[in-house]
Design a protein around this ligand. Structure first.
Ligand SMILES: [Zn+2]
Length: 294
């Protein structure tokens, strides 16, 4: 399902690489299951549905794609671990439904290099052949990545090794397609990124702003709506939980003041929403929802 949102005159599309199943404890960290299971009911293996959403922006600097999902370069074992059926070109299929071919994409902004965001950045050049050379999925695009993120990914530690896979960015470097940037960027008229450390040291959120309207693609700075309502709810994956909390506090205040449309990248239920003042602080009022379990 593709959702199209206008921000002023800027057309944005929420597209998807499908959904995976992840252990609920990963996304809810220290929060006891008796609390988070009121937000999302886990299956019998304690897994929750996790969306793999991307944002496509039709900007005056061309088509900008934010993140690329898991992609297709996974083996039997990985598909099983993610609770996914092996599939091909899920995200590219969503783009094609919009009449966009991979070679039409001008910029790919990778919020960070974790496998569920950068996996689809590259693909096997023969789609069914894992032994074929790995190539950029979007052959004409400039791929933007933060300098610190590339360093973290290139020299992972025991805790981050399981999600940083060189096949997701080295072929981009080899093809001269990877552009290393430092800090927030103005990508086009009304489109900018900012770094919001916490999940990783230089993870990015993306703003689309025009004519008093704004959209905030939160990425993993706040991957579920419930995490924005309860600042202490921080995923176990985050490398610096206290920075995550401060980042969320800051973004939440800005987004509430501006009545921004929030896009949640991984939330299994809430696709978009806006902040309204509830009895005990800001709450997310969903605008687009999806069924958690189908
Ligand atoms: Zn993620």
């Amino acid at each position: 399902m593709v959702y199209t949102q206008m921000v002023g005159s800027i057309r944005c599309h929420i597209v998807s690489d499908g959904r995976q199943l992840s252990d609920g404890g990963g996304f809810f960290g220290l929060v006891p299951r008796v609390l988070w299971e009121r937000v999302i009911r886990p299956d019998e293996h304690n897994r929750i549905p996790v969306a793999l959403r991307s944002l496509l922006i039709e900007s005056d600097a061309g088509l900008i794609l934010v993140d690329t999902g898991q992609g297709d370069k996974l083996g039997e074992k990985e598909w099983r671990r993610l609770g996914m059926a092996p599939r091909r070109q899920r995200l590219v299929g969503d783009l094609r439904a919009l009449g966009i071919e991979p070679e039409d994409v001008d910029v790919v902004l990778l919020t960070h290099l974790h496998g569920d965001h950068a996996g689809g950045a590259t693909c096997w050049s023969s789609p069914e052949d894992p032994a074929s050379p790995i190539a950029p999925t979007f052959p004409r695009a400039r791929y933007l990545v933060q300098r610190m993120e590339l360093a973290d990914a290139s020299f992972p530690n025991e805790r981050t090794r399981g999600t940083y896979f060189p096949d997701n960015w080295q072929p981009l470097q080899a093809a001269g397609r990877l552009e290393v940037v430092n800090g927030g960027q103005r990508l086009a008229r009304g489109v900018r990124s900012e770094t919001v450390p916490g999940h990783t040291d230089s993870i990015q959120a993306v703003w689309v702003e025009e004519g008093g309207e704004s959209l905030l693609f939160l990425g993993d700075t706040c991957s579920w709506a419930a995490h924005l309502e309860r600042l202490a709810w921080v995923p176990a994956f985050d490398t610096d939980p206290m920075q995550s909390i401060e980042g969320k506090r800051r973004l939440r205040a800005i987004a509430q003041e501006r009545n921004s449309l929030l896009v949640f990248q991984h939330d299994g239920q809430v696709v978009t929403g806006r902040l309204v003042e509830g009895e005990r602080g800001p709450v997310v009022e969903a605008e687009i929802s999806e069924k958690a379990w189908e």
